[in-house]
Write a protein that binds this ligand. Structure first.
Ligand code: SF4
Length: 760
């Protein structure tokens, strides 16, 4: 591990730093040569889909269609290290619980199915058939199927995700929590209310036509790095890029494209954003409201700013929204957003100058109490100038996990629409219950309260991804059985139910063979609703591994038998699963043929055709009051408190920690750091480099502490602090969630900062 250092980072995003990081991670994988082969097949039409984020693939991309963090994701999976039965014999669960997330996953790939033996406190080998039978026994022993939970992480491909939701529903429950409950749930909810579909309306080539691109609460330099190339091309051709982010993120300032040899040779780079505003946490809605106010003021003065034809033909509730905007005072807008009227006006003028505008957003928008209303405000703002359903314009919630959007599309949804449930019933000749199931936060509550007793996780690291970590861990440990279908060792495996299984699966980069040895094709859906195929290229890490779909089929056979669904037959050839999907979900006709066309196919988006399948048949404005006060306003007068946002470092992907560096923010060799504004440090009486403890709200008797963080002075608005998750997830109360989305408020966490008892 590199030495601990805090420094000022002066370089652009990507560039030589990215190449150096790629080299380090190729070497660290212990299989550099075979991984060079991986990189040449990554995101290629005949290759595999990067298990990283859900940014789209260009129609005609380059031979190097990957970024630094994509390389980390792939080499992390293709590591030469192995976690074998011998490994589990050497280390007890209690012992491994002392290890941090990086050390756990860095042990390597799981090789064999393992069952926890509470008496020895060790995981021990179990056969696949015994493992499937054990899960079947536990599920059949439950008084009610609603005592079981089926959690899905966005890494799961469409075919295994479809099989997983089908199994849960035929078993008798809609308890299908998934990772999008913690990330873009507010986007889906807000977009469905406003436009009738919960997905972004733009395609990648819309970025080539946009005259302005606004990005809110997103850090593409780390979380969607190939987006940097798209933004750079837009900036080069004069498209105005306006960034709203509480933190100054290097990726939104300057970018050096490693594929531009001359630029790299002269250590050059290109500006990304033409304007960068740092609203306070939770202040984006007020900022957008302010820009809408300027649009109305300009239209009143000049008369040609609003797209009146579009508004009249395609929208409802416009007058109500206008009246509310005009009634919203600048004082409220400035104090809540933390921005000045002048700054907001300049940004609005960029919007007014543009004939085609795209708005992108991520967690900085979706992890607040009022996130659904903020997503609605984004749509309101776009509608004013008809920026939906025309080239170069529209909505773009940029998804985190490579197939999080696909999983929801193929039915992983605790509150699935009636048409989907009816289609399943008709196709399989069954009757399905309609009660909504548990999402991620309510699932934890249900386990805590003894209402759920079996947890089955399809990929992911539930115990580390969720809020209120101590509550979550106790909830999981109260279960009769916990099951994790995983590729690598992680902390969730160590938070065992009374009985526990680790079921190791084939990875995205590995060959998943049919019984005849020919390779299977899985499919994924990116943030632009493009569905494409992915076929691994490497031999699986162990002969014992099974595919996600085969594991689900094995459990389903043991639990339900195969009278209604021939689970194993489906899992033996994914074309069969896709045939089922094609007959149940609109947009997937001729699925098997179309997904094998170049770059797959677009699922379509009615908004892109200016069709809005809402209750009104039109795009709906929402005239929502701004919150009376967001957290930073509520805490401003509370001595010792600040608003914390939890976030990723540059060496991290969701809960997967690839290393201890956060290059663009000048952090090396450590993760327990808290970024603070200079004035807040003085107010709190702490100094640079000082060790502090972070204490959350504890008035419900739950201890919420994260200890030993080093203070880092950083360019963040007063009252707004930042630190990495999962280390700070224990600070977020389980019931601190978004209205309607039920998503943890991970970007607005009330904390106190006190000197640490830790000695330097
Ligand atoms: S941008 Fe996302 S999908 Fe593309 S290579 Fe990077 S991590 Fe993977």
């Amino acid at each position: 591990m590199s030495k601990e250092r805090i420094y000022d980072y002066h370089h652009p995003a990507a560039g030589w730093g990215a190449l150096k990081a790629v080299g380090i991670h190729l070497k660290h994988s212990g299989a550099p040569l075979s991984n060079v082969r991986s990189l040449l097949k990554m995101n290629q039409p005949d290759g595999f889909d990067c298990p990283g984020c859900a940014w789209g693939d260009p129609e005609h991309g380059s031979s190097f269609e990957f970024c630094e963090n994509g390389v980390k994701a792939v080499t992390w999976e293709t590591t030469a290290k192995r976690v074998t039965p011998k490994f589990f014999k050497s280390y007890s669960v209690t012992e491994m619980k002392q290890w941090d997330d990086y050390r756990l996953e860095d042990q390597g790939r799981l090789t064999s199915p393992m069952r926890y033996n509470r008496a020895t406190d060790h995981y021990e080998p179990v056969s696949w058939s015994d493992a499937f039978a054990l899960v079947g026994q536990h599920l059949k022993a439950l008084d009610d199927p609603d005592q079981a939970l089926f959690y899905t992480s966005g890494k799961a491909g469409n075919e295994s995700a479809y099989l997983f939701q089908l199994f849960a529903r035929l078993y008798g429950t809609n308890n299908l929590p998934d990772c999008s409950n913690m990330c873009h749930e507010a986007s889906g909810t807000g977009l469905i209310e406003a436009l009738g579909i919960g997905k972004g309306s733009v395609l990648l080539d819309d970025f080539e036509k946009a005259e302005a691109i606004f990005t809110f609460g997103q850090n593409p330099g780390t979380n969607h790095p190939r987006m940097m190339g798209t933004l750079r091309e837009a900036a080069e051709r004069g498209c105005e890029i306006v960034a709203f982010n509480t933190l100054k993120e290097r990726g939104l300032e300057r970018f050096a494209d490693p594929q531009k040899k001359f630029e790299m040779a002269r250590r050059g780079s290109h500006r990304i954003s033409s304007m960068y505003l740092c609203p306070k946490l939770g202040g984006d809605m007020a900022a957008i409201r302010g820009m809408a106010k300027v649009v109305f003021e300009r239209d009143a003065r000049d008369g040609d700013v609003l797209d009146r034809e579009f508004l009249a033909k395609y929208t409802t509730q416009f007058d109500e929204y206008r009246a509310l905007v005009e009634a919203t005072g600048w004082e409220v807008i400035e104090s809540q957003s933390g921005l000045t009227r002048d700054e907001i006006t300049q940004a609005a003028e960029i919007y007014i100058r543009s004939k085609a505008t795209i708005i992108c957003w991520a967690m900085g928008i979706t992890q607040h109490e009022h996130s659904v209303a903020t997503v609605r405000e984004i749509v309101n703002f776009l509608l004013l100038r008809g920026n939906i359903g025309k080239p170069g314009a529209g909505t773009c919630p940029v998804r985190g996990h490579s197939n999080v959007q696909g999983d929801r599309t193929v039915g992983v949804n605790e509150k699935a629409p009636e048409w989907f449930m009816a289609a399943l019933e008709k196709f399989y000749g069954v009757t399905l219950k309609r009660d909504h199931g548990h999402d991620t936060v309510s699932a934890i509550g249900a386990m805590r309260d003894g209402k759920c007793k079996v947890f089955i996780g399809l990929a992911g690291n539930f115990a580390r991804a969720t809020s209120d970590s101590n509550v979550c861990e106790q909830a999981l440990e109260s279960c009769n059985l916990t099951v994790h279908i995983s590729t690598k060792l992680n902390r969730s495996h160590l938070v065992t139910g009374k009985d526990a299984l680790i079921l190791p699966c084939i990875g995205r980069v590995e060959i998943d063979a049919k019984p005849d040895g020919s390779p299977q094709l899985i499919t994924v859906e990116d943030s632009m609703s493009m569905v494409h195929g992915s076929a691994g290229i490497h031999k699986p890490a162990s002969k014992e591994l099974l595919s996600e779909a085969s594991i689900i089929a094995g459990i389903a056979e043991q639990t339900l038998g195969s009278d209604v669904v021939k689970w194993t037959w489906l899992a033996e050839d994914y074309d069969r699963i896709r045939d089922h999907i094609a007959q149940i979900i609109p947009g997937f006709h001729d699925f098997n043929a179309r997904v094998r066309e170049h770059r797959g196919f677009w699922l379509g988006n009615p908004g892109a055709r200016r069709e809005f399948p809402t209750a009104t048949g039109k795009a709906n404005f929402l005239a929502a009051q701004l919150p009376v006060a967001v957290l930073h306003q509520k805490l401003a007068k509370k001595q010792g408190w600040v608003t914390l946002q939890t976030m990723r470092s540059h060496d991290q992907y969701n809960t997967t920690i690839y290393g201890y560096n956060d290059r663009y923010r000048g952090v090396e060799g450590q993760r327990r750091v808290v970024f603070l504004n200079k004035a807040d440090m003085a107010r709190l009486g702490v100094t640079k480099g000082q060790w502090v403890d972070l204490i959350g709200i504890e008035d419900d008797g739950v201890q919420r502490r994260a200890e030993s963080f080093r203070v880092v002075e950083y360019d963040t608005p007063e009252g707004c602090a930042a630190a990495y998750y999962p280390e700070t997830n224990p600070l977020i109360p389980l019931d601190s969630v978004g209205f309607k989305s039920n998503t943890p408020n991970s970007k607005s966490v009330a904390i106190r900062i006190v000197p640490s008892t830790r000695i330097a």
